[in-house]
Design a protein around this ligand. Structure first.
Ligand SMILES: [Fe+2]
Length: 439
């Protein structure tokens, strides 16, 4: 029976389909733009290629855009049919893809975690499973799904560097910044095109408040990820955060206009980069000109998606900033009615997303006390709707400023101090507004 590059048996009709699929998996790991095209090529060479159908379904689902769901369902159907005579691993992937596309996330994750235990060298599965844990805010499992697989890997196993990149991000989101940076730098040395490892180190530097180091890191590694898919926009977004904290606003706008939103794409994750950066500028009373306009239009088109609370909260920012109050109400209604409540964690995540969105709306309308009342109780539930610490920080920033501006002085002082304890900068203007010493 054919085997993949790491020796796992794989049901495939010919060598051409297999080698093309292997390139698609590497492209998936390295965020390359041609991963989906390669999958289609592999499927043209073998229309009953179970793993290619599964990866296609997973990738379509993880874009968090309901427009892709019909195609994802077609892939699941094809995978399920082809999996009938396939291996245990392939049958389990077809079942997991079905659970995922049907939004039964907890069950899907259980299935994927199980595959990772029984087939620890299934590299695509490690990447996918970590990403699914990411969107559940489960930092421990982001680290541990990789940790559990390490016994099957050594530096001679093809793709070993990618595993280190995954581990690095798991360490980072779990708060172990020393290990994250060590492992992440090792991964990038092994493979300069491992943009997930570059990203993990960028997060570590962000969390430690080392902004100059961060700019240097991303500029130095850029040749390795310049040919990425839209993930490169997110890496430039990280670079813009460093510049923002350094008050280098011209650099922020330059990155925004030429890189982060240079292409004005419609992917949820790209819109979120733009909204979250402009909202940070808005919190600092920096005029962003007409940059919100296209984001508002796109957010309005997605207002009924209710695909994920993290993206919905970012859409809310763009709707508010462009005075689309009707669309904001539609988005909130869609979130409240969201059907993805089929397990306790999903339900809590949606409730937190609704509260944060209400908080953003109250803040935008100058109801700072209302913003605090919405956002404070769900601070420690926000992680459940996924996104990274760095991405969710925009909500914390909003809450700190809402506390300051609502005159809740004790809370404002507490939140400012807490933030600084975590190495997160607080703008001098906010501290002055809170009547606190500016150093
Ligand atoms: Fe990130």
């Amino acid at each position: 029976m054919p085997a993949d590059v790491r020796g796992l048996p794989i049901t495939v009709a010919n060598e051409e389909a297999l080698s093309t699929y292997e390139r698609a998996v590497s492209g998936y790991l390295a965020q390359k733009p041609d991963a989906m095209d390669l999958l289609d090529e592999a499927l043209a060479a073998d229309p009953e290629f179970v793993m290619a159908h599964c990866l296609k379904a997973y990738m379509l689902k993880m874009a968090y855009d309901p427009a892709f769901l019909p195609a994802a369902r077609d892939s699941v159907k094809a995978a399920t049919k082809a999996a009938a005579g396939a291996t245990d691993r392939e049958r389990r992937h077809a079942a997991a893809a079905n659970l995922m596309v049907e939004q039964r996330t907890a069950e899907a994750l259980q299935a994927l975690d199980g595959i990772a235990i029984d087939y620890p060298t299934d590299l695509m599965n490690l990447k996918l499973t970590q990403f699914c844990h990411f969107w559940r805010g489960d930092a421990a499992n982001m680290r541990d799904v990789v940790g559990r697989a390490l016994h099957a890997w050594d530096q001679d196993t093809p793709g070993y560097g990618f595993v280190l990149g995954l581990l690095s991000f798991g360490f980072e989101e779990g708060g172990d910044y020393v290990a994250a940076e060590r492992v992440g730098r090792e991964a990038v040395e092994l493979n300069p095109e491992d943009s997930w490892a570059v990203h993990a180190v960028a997060h570590t530097i962000e969390m430690e408040g080392r902004h100059v180091d961060g700019i240097d890191w991303l500029k130095r590694t850029e040749p390795g990820w310049l040919e990425n898919n839209n993930f490169r926009f997110h890496l430039w977004w990280h670079q813009s955060l460093y510049h923002l904290e350094q008050d280098e606003i011209d650099e922020v706008f330059d990155l925004y206009d030429t890189r982060i939103r240079g292409d004005k794409t419609d992917f949820a994750t790209d819109i979120a980069n733009g909204s979250a950066l402009l909202w940070r500028l808005y919190l600092r009373d920096i005029n962003v000109g007409d940059r919100w306009g296209e984001l508002g239009e796109r957010a309005e088109a997605h207002a009924r998606d209710a695909a994920n609370s993290f993206f919905n909260t970012n859409y809310m920012m763009a709707l508010l900033a462009t005075d689309r109050s009707e669309a904001a109400e539609i988005l909130l209604t869609a979130m409240r009615e969201e059907s993805v409540r089929n397990d306790p964690i999903s339900a809590r995540a949606v409730d937190a997303g609704v509260a944060v969105s209400e908080g953003l709306r109250a803040y935008y309308h100058g109801d700072y006390a209302g913003a605090v009342d919405f956002m404070l109780p769900v601070r420690y539930d926000q992680y459940l709707f996924g996104g990274s610490h760095a991405q969710r920080d925009v909500f914390d920033q909003t809450l700190v400023l809402a506390a300051i501006r609502s005159g809740r002085d004790a809370l404002a002082r507490a939140l400012v101090t807490e933030r600084e304890t975590r190495h997160r900068q607080v703008p001098a203007a906010w501290k002055a507004e809170a009547g606190m010493a500016v150093n």
